[in-house]
Write a protein that binds this ligand. Sequence first.
Ligand SMILES: [Zn+2]
Ligand SMILES: [Zn+2]
Ligand SMILES: [Zn+2]
Length: 343
Amino acid sequence: MKKTVINELRKDPLVGRWIAVLGESLPPSAYIGENSRETAKENSCMLCAGRESETPMEITRMSPASLADPARKWSTRVIASFDPVFTVEGDLGRRGEGMYDKMNSIGASEIIIESPHHHVQPEDMGLDQMIRVIQTYRDRMADLEKDFRLRYTLIYKNHGKSAGALSGHPLSQLTSTPVIPKRVKEEFDHAKQYFAYKERCIFCDIMREEMRTENRIVIESRHYIAFCPYASKFPFETWILPKRHNCAFQDIRPDEIEDVALILSSFLKKLRALFPDLSYNYFIHSAPNRVTRKDHWHTLGEDYHWHIEIMPRFLRTTGFEWGSGLYILPTSPEDAAKYLREV
Ligand SMILES: [Zn+2]
Ligand SMILES: [Zn+2]
Ligand SMILES: [Zn+2]
């Protein structure tokens, strides 16, 4: 039995950012050779079908698309993380330490196993399987929104070594936190201000502008556009934005699930056609938990608009970018979109 390690959340008093500090510190040797670390091979991978009893606790599973293949007992599985940074047991224990603020890292850290098969790339899973992955995302978000201690749930994917992938097995991750992370909070604040000023959703305005100019659009489907944002931080960064205004991803309708599965896999195929061994991250930006609370954000439904951001990982961030937060983009979003459209 593993002993429970208590991690804590500390607030940076200067910029208001929360940081999770692990209760059990890693020694320097743990960082050496980080980038050359091998990801799990198929024969040592416990996320593959048949080794279900060896993984951390199973939270849920989705049945296979067809019962014709009895060897496949599931199509997607959600399990607790191997080394969870956030855990569900306990209370927040908000407290001060001298001038500083901290609390326990209550939350959820989960692994969404996207397929029973080890070698399948997300874009090659087939539309039915991708739909199940998206349904699993939706179900987990909806479930965690009910926990009043949690403020935000982020679903994200790390694909490839330089994107921080855990394993060679296709998976996404989910982290639910008792605070709203700074990066998403900035989006919420700006969306709220924009709405208060213009009485229009900023994302709906971005969509209209992108559809008018067209030169940054990569793919347009019935319910979504995939486009390279006007002021992207990274080359070939792409967002998928739903045409129907809605703040929360988990309110997605069945026909929209099908369509987002289609546009996401089509986009990933295009990305791979341009960059065969690319590492990338994607994540879903959705509304914070909508449980009514003291400082409830009443206009959330109007102000915010969920979306997916996809970030290819080519370049090392330089001192200038770290120091200033001002990113240098060597390929313009207009050219990136053109390359992606034409491939
Ligand atoms: Zn595997
Ligand atoms: Zn909108
Ligand atoms: Zn976003």
